[in-house]
Design a protein around this ligand. Structure first.
Ligand code: 5GP
Length: 275
């Protein structure tokens, strides 16, 4: 049975749902489809609906698999709400359902902003460093967002010369990224997880004559490296990139430790055997 404002209706399958409702879902205007998410026109001007898919890709979409879009939606909500609660502006407005959230429409700065606390991934490879080496301080770097080029690392000089962002924007973006790092590192440390590195995207919003830079896209184990502090076990998308086991189990572990979806993700108790 389904509760409605007017009372109870028998549960309906998708096929049985009233035509008007099906049609309104179908008519929703697609704005953009990426590798892991879809953006639809939002309910109010200046908003979008961000839908989390189950598609996992790595190595510039050369490797394909499945991920848990429901968990990413919940985890991104958790992190974005946390950032907002300490005064870091984000695009997040509210979660709509299991796979969708309402967000502010932004003009995406065409950069991937990466913050690193320990050497790993492309940095470890590029510099021949051992994975896990602590860096002398958090390092912020930028990649140019272009899948066809494999999101190449770019120096600030390029960013300013090509007009992707101004020097002032970059100073603000670095300050924002370091605040996100402090918040995320603390939250993760509290649940026994080391935040090795992460990627965020930044959007511009215009308010009258002013432009503000805010955190956009998503923050989830898809865009972070998360290692268990005690065991070093990887709890992020590297599990998929490196075939280390079940990605869903890794993300569920992160969600459980953070207290996100505690009731949904609690394992079913095993039956008690009676002699
Ligand atoms: P690396 O440059 O070592 O491959 O990645 C650094 C960090 O940024 C990692 O946490 C990685 O997950 C994240 N990252 C880099 N590029 C992307 C990307 O295109 N998509 C996502 N979701 N994360 C990325």
């Amino acid at each position: 049975m389904t509760r409605t404002r007017r009372g109870f209706l028998p549960s309906l399958t998708i096929k049985e749902r009233p035509r008007a409702k099906r049609d309104s879902m179908a008519r929703r205007k697609l704005v953009y489809e990426g590798k892991a998410k879809i953006l639809y026109e939002g309910t109010e001007p200046g908003t979008l609906v961000q839908y989390f898919k189950d598609d996992a890709t790595a190595f510039n979409a050369q490797k394909k698999g499945t991920i848990n879009g429901v968990l990413n939606n919940r985890l991104s909500e958790f992190f974005m709400n946390g950032l907002q609660s300490i005064g870091i502006p984000t695009h997040f407005i509210k979660r709509l359902n299991m796979r969708e959230q309402l967000i502010r429409q932004v003009e995406i700065v065409p950069l991937e902003v990466i913050v690193r606390n320990y050497a790993a991934g492309t940095m470890a490879k590029r510099l021949g460093m051992d994975e896990g080496t602590a860096l002398p301080r958090p390092i912020v770097e930028f990649s140019y967002k272009d899948d066809s080029l494999g999101d190449p690392l770019v120096p600030e000089e390029y960013i300013i010369a090509f007009g992707w962002a101004s020097q002032q924007d970059l100073d603000d973006i670095i300050a924002l990224a370091l605040r996100v790092n402090d918040f995320m590192s603390g939250i993760m440390y509290g649940v026994g997880i080391k935040l090795v590195d992460f990627k965020i995207e930044i959007g511009r919003v215009y308010e009258g004559e002013f432009m503000r830079l805010i955190v956009a896209d998503e923050i989830s184990p898809d865009s972070c490296r998360l290692w268990d502090i005690e065991t070093g076990k990887k709890l992020d998308k590297d599990v998929f990139r490196e075939d280390l086991g079940s990605l869903s189990d890794a993300y569920t572990e992160v969600a459980k430790r953070l207290g996100v979806m505690p009731s949904n993700s609690a394992p079913m108790p095993k039956p008690t055997l009676i002699n």
